[in-house]
Design a binder for this molecule. Structure first.
Ligand code: HEC
Length: 138
């Protein structure tokens, strides 16, 4: 084996042994920081959303781009000034709508619609609070 081939081979080995695991590790590490940075109280809701809802729904703050169901940033964007925090009453109203969708689904007896009961009630509240607070922001 010529010296050049030997060195190239060495570089490939180093790549496989060091760089690949590093890249894999790095992407795992980044898995839960796909979305926007959110207040601590919304983190559980964000994670639950990524896992349970993100395959079907786009939501910027969760870093998801599902397109089976509606884009929740568009659907749930608040009316009024586009910047700044939402009014508490807006969040409350949107939360009720999201909770209703999670608990009852939307025409969930029909195929291809939003399924009911994906989450237990504690989780449903966490996700609804998260979605209601962030949708349409970002
Ligand atoms: C299997 C795909 C799928 C999953 C998973 C899913 N949804 Fe949906 N969702 C839909 C579809 C489709 C619609 C549109 C309504 C319809 O046609 O059933 C919808 C509608 C909605 C709506 C709008 C309801 C309204 O008032 O107009 C909200 C809010 C919603 N989903 C939130 C969620 C949340 C939160 C989760 C996770 C707990 C979730 N969805 C998981 C498919 C899904």
């Amino acid at each position: 084996m010529s010296k050049k081939v030997f060195i190239s081979f060495g570089i490939v080995i180093v790549f496989l042994a060091v760089i690949v695991p590093f890249l894999v590790f790095d992407s795992n590490g980044a898995a839960d920081s796909n979305g926007q940075e959110v207040p601590a109280g919304l983190k559980t809701g964000q994670e639950l959303f990524e896992i349970n809802c993100g395959t079907c729904h786009t939501l910027y703050a969760a870093g998801t781009d599902g397109n089976y169901g509606p884009d929740l940033d568009e659907l749930l964007a608040p009316t009024g000034p586009p910047e700044g925090p939402k009014a508490a009453s807006t969040i409350k109203g949107t939360k009720g709508r999201v909770l209703n969708a999670i608990e009852h689904g939307i025409d969930s007896e029909l195929p291809g619609r939003m399924p009911a009961g994906i989450l237990n009630s504690v989780q449903a509240h966490e996700v609804a609070e998260f979605v209601a607070t962030v949708a349409g922001r970002g």
